[in-house]
Design a protein around this ligand. Structure first.
Ligand code: GLN
Length: 193
């Protein structure tokens, strides 16, 4: 099983470290050719506008979009979640756009640049959640499951094979979300076999 981590910008190294610690193979996605043969992909946090521009410049956007729309398991954190969203409330540019949600960038305001809390995510309790200039989801369409809400705001959602998180699980020592993603990838692989 091989998990790709988009490595054009942002906090990708931390995800790689966790995926390897959990015993899965990990490959950095820096160009289109790197997408070949991966069983899942992680879209890290960082700056969504920069990541979107780089994906276009590297001619990866359409291929990536197609792979995700066709079922490639995807874990997207923060800026990655913005890339996945079909609508961005305060930005006209849609990037990958495969998840039918409306997201708001820098939703906690620019002043509250960062905060940490704990919350539940489906069956997992006491998950540490690090928010950094984070988005939250304003609206979900049919078929999207809300996985977590903090203070009345949706901060995690799943649509088919795609999981989006407003926060950064890779900046904590709690690997349960990455394990959940690896299990999803395994399950998908078994179905495909
Ligand atoms: N504020 C960033 C954006 O809009 C996301 C921040 C993050 O990924 N931590 O893209």
């Amino acid at each position: 099983m091989k998990i790709g981590v988009l490595a054009v910008q942002g906090a990708f190294i931390e995800h790689e470290r966790i995926i390897k610690a959990l015993g899965a193979d990990c490959v950095e996605i820096r160009q289109k050719a790197d997408l070949e043969g991966i069983d899942g992909i992680i879209l890290p946090g960082g700056e969504s506008t920069v990541q979107g521009k780089l994906l276009r410049k590297l001619d990866m956007l359409d291929t990536l979009k197609e792979m995700i729309a066709n079922g490639l398991p995807t874990l997207a954190t923060c800026a990655g979640f913005i890339l996945l969203s079909e609508k961005i409330e305060n930005d006209d540019t849609v990037h990958i756009g495969t998840m039918p949600v409306t997201i708001k960038r820098n939703a906690y305001g620019r002043q509250i640049s960062s905060f940490t809390t704990t919350g539940s995510l489906t069956g997992l309790n006491d998950i540490p959640m690090v928010f950094i200039r984070a988005p939250f989801v304003e609206n979900v369409e049919d078929g999207v499951e809300v996985l977590s809400e903090i203070d009345g705001h949706i901060v995690a959602a799943q649509y088919k094979n795609q999981i989006g998180l407003s926060f950064h699980p890779e900046l904590t020592k709690d690997y349960r979300i990455h394990q959940m993603f690896i299990d999803l990838v395994k399950q998908q692989k078994r179905h495909a076999a």
